[in-house]
Each structure stands twice: as C-alpha cells, then as structure tokens.
Design a protein around this ligand. Structure first.
Ligand code: NAD
Ligand code: DAU
Length: 340
C-alpha cells in the first residue's frame, strides 16, 4: 500500500510514522510537510534510511505542487496530520489556520478524488465540539468550536464529510483529546511546563487553572489511528481519548513535583480569550466497533515524557529558535502580560 502522510514532521505525525512503519514495514510512505516552525526533520531521524520512506517539503494548500506529488506518488491512501495547531497562535493570527487547515484540506480532498484514493483519513480534534461542563461528547454531537483554530478544524471536518456524501470519497475522521509525549513542540502546556520548570523559570497558568483537558499519551493515539485506518467504517468519525480528565493546575503541580521543583514557580496569568472550560469525549464507539481503549496511565506517560525531554536537551534548545521567542514576546504583550 502507498500511503501519503502529511504533517509527518510534527509531534503526532512523527510519532505516527515511526509506529506505522514498525507495524507495516512493507507499506510505502511519502511524508509531505511544509516544515513550519513546528515541523522538524530531526523528529524522524533514522527513518529516512529506510527504502520505503520518502520525504518531500511542500505546502498542502498549494494545489499545483500537490497535484504533481499525487501524480508521481499515486497514493492508495492519504492520512492528513498537517495543520496549524496552537490555539494561542490562532488568536493572534488566524490566516495561516484558514489557509492550511481549511484550504489545504480542500486541496487534498480534490486530489484524492481525482486520483481515486481508496481511503482518506482526516486527523481532527475534540476541540470541534467546544466545551462541555457535564457529560461527554459523542461523535454525533453538534460542532461548536470556540477558537479560530477549532473553527478551522470544524470547517475541515465538514468538508471531509461533504466529499463522502457528495462524491462517495471513502473518508474517515478521528477526533482526539490532548496528546502529550516525546517530540511535542514546547508551546503546548506539558512540554512548556517541563521546559520552564527544568530551568527554574515561571510557569504561566491561564485563568484559575481549573480548565479540564483529557490527556492522551501519543503512542495510544497512534495505535488508535492505525486501527481506525484499517478497521474503521468508511464515512464514520471516531473519538479517541485518554480517560485522564485533569485540571491544568493538577497537571502543572504534578510535573513540578516529578521534577523536584518548587510550586512557587506557578504564576497565574490573564485567561486565554474564549478559553474552553472542559473537554470530554465518549469512547463507547471506538471501544464497541474497534475494540480500542487507552493503555498508558497518566503517571507512566508523564514520567516517560519528562525523561525524554531530560535526555533531549539539544532538541529542546533547537526548538526554541528566534521564531519561538518572537511569538511569545508578541503574544504576551498582546495579552498585557510580562514575558516569561
Ligand atoms: P504540530 O503542530 O506538532 O505539527 C504540525 C505539522 O504540520 C508540522 O510538521 C508542520 O510543519 C506541518 N504543516 C503545517 N502546515 C502545513 C502545510 N500547509 N503543509 C504541509 N505541512 C504543514 O501538530 P500536532 O500536535 O502533531 O497535530 C497533528 C494533527 O493532530 C493536527 O491536525 C491537529 O489538529 C491534530 N490534533 C492534535 C492534538 C494535540 O494534542 N496535539 C490533539 C487532537 C488533534
Ligand atoms: O484538545 C485537543 C487540542 O489540544 C488540539 O487540537 C490542539 O492542537 C492542541 O494545541 C491542544 O489544545 P489546548 O489549547 O487544549 O492545548 P494547550 O497545550 O495550548 O493548553 C492546554 C491547557 O493549558 C489549556 O486549558 C490552556 C492551558 N495553558 C496553556 C499554556 C500553553 C496554560 O494554562 N498555560 C500555558 O502556558
């Protein structure tokens, strides 16, 4: 099978390519990634030596470039991880989110139809449902996104479903909760707290720290995506969660404790605008239809993650390029905060 994977140099995409390649060593993989600030070729070190893996730097929203790639590679399947993914960035500058997450998906869908792709898997997010104070979202719950990021992902989901309904394109969608683990760019909560606390820098907690996220170890997500890809029912959506619903403050304090640092590093800052209070997914569909459930406990996953960041200081240093510092300077000043 020839599988075109987009966004494979990012956090989940790179973990997935490693997982997928070890499970299916005879599949041919073409990784198409624009290498934005979040994409890093180092994340796939070692894989490039395998004869069945190839990489092309390209932007999924460029129809002419992507057409040449489809024409040459002739994929049997497409798995789309490529996206702008950071909510805070989407508040400051939504345009790249609309371009990649909506227009880019439109380009991939058109070409998948034209080149008779047999499976199109869109990697989506629990954020498309919005916030829920009680109970959990099912796959047929209405979409109610809050941030420009979430809205762009919801728009993409709608487009994907429209290609199934209108053209019969064989599509699948996964919607997962917050991932954590190795290779996550240190702008997201868990790696940011690890990085700052390791360096005795202040740890910013938005609002009262009582927002709830459901933490999913990235390897569990990779296993679930692989199963949905092979066994999911065409035209269907599958929620993927970690069954670890925790407040941000609990997560932050736990990391600080595991690192042996002081809670005095915690600094409460102005809340993120439109900040969703709680995410929660019902996993009954994926359990029933696919037989999948999350395996890695939060304690085990977090210890593994901290260990990985401890051992990969060079990766962390490279990730904190000028672009990273520029973003935070701009972002914190926009929110009226002092830079950390
Ligand atoms: P990431 O930001 O770490 O990586 C995104 C990757 O996409 C990068 O390698 C980047 O270079 C690439 N990319 C961006 N724009 C592109 C473009 N126009 N063309 C080609 N490549 C482009 O993201 P992630 O956290 O690994 O998320 C991967 C996918 O999973 C995204 O679709 C995201 O919405 C979804 N998701 C993420 C989480 C999470 O907790 N991280 C949870 C649920 C869903
Ligand atoms: O739920 C899935 C989503 O999870 C993915 O679709 C997104 O791509 C991914 O970025 C993530 O979105 P969140 O906004 O939930 O993740 P983030 O790590 O940015 O924030 C997690 C929580 O921690 C959120 O409630 C905001 C809070 N936070 C975040 C940062 C970066 C802080 O309190 N302080 C911080 O410095």
């Amino acid at each position: 099978m020839r599988v075109l994977i987009t966004g494979g140099c990012g956090f989940i995409g790179s973990n997935f390519i490693r997982y997928f390649n070890s499970k299916h060593p005879y599949y041919k993989i073409l990784n198409v990634d624009k290498l934005t600030y979040a994409g890093n070729l180092e994340n796939l070190k070692g894989i490039e030596r395998k004869g069945n893996y190839h990489f092309v730097r390209a932007d999924i929203s460029s129809a002419s470039v992507m057409r040449r790639i489809f024409d040459k590679f002739r994929p049997d399947a497409v798995i789309n991880f490529a996206a702008e993914t950071h909510v805070d960035r989407s508040i400051l500058s939504p345009a790249p989110f609309i371009k990649t997450n909506v227009v880019g998906v439109g380009v991939l869908l058109n070409l998948s139809l034209k080149y008779h792709v047999k499976k199109f898997l869109q990697i989506s997010t629990d954020e498309v449902y919005g916030s829920i104070l009680h109970g959990s979202f099912r796959e047929d719950s209405p979409l109610d996104p809050s941030s420009p990021y979430a809205a762009s992902k919801a728009a993409a989901d709608m487009l994907v479903i429209s290609y199934y309904k209108t053209h019969g394109l064989p599509v699948l969608i996964t919607r997962s909760s917050n991932n954590y683990g190795p290779y996550q760019f240190p702008e997201k909560l868990i790696p940011l707290v690890i990085l700052n606390a390791m360096n005795n820098k202040k740890v910013p907690v938005y609002g009262d720290g009582m927002n709830i996220r459901d933490w999913l170890y990235v390897e569990d997500n990779c296993e679930a995506i692989d199963l949905v890809f092979h066994e999911g029912k065409i035209g269907e959506i599958y929620n993927i969660g970690g069954e670890n619903e925790l407040t941000n403050l609990y997560v932050v304090k736990y990391i600080i404790k595991l690192l042996g640092k002081s809670e005095s590093l915690i600094t409460f800052v102005k809340d993120r605008p439109g900040h969703d209070r709680r995410y929660s997914l019902s996993l009954s569909k994926i359990r029933r239809q696919i037989g999948w459930h999350p395996k890695v406990s939060f304690e085990t996953g977090l210890k593994r993650t901290i260990e990985w960041y401890r051992k990969n200081q060079r990766w962390l240093k490279n990730a904190q390029s000028g672009e990273y510092r520029n973003f935070y300077k701009q972002y914190y000043s926009k929110l009226g905060l002092k830079e950390f």
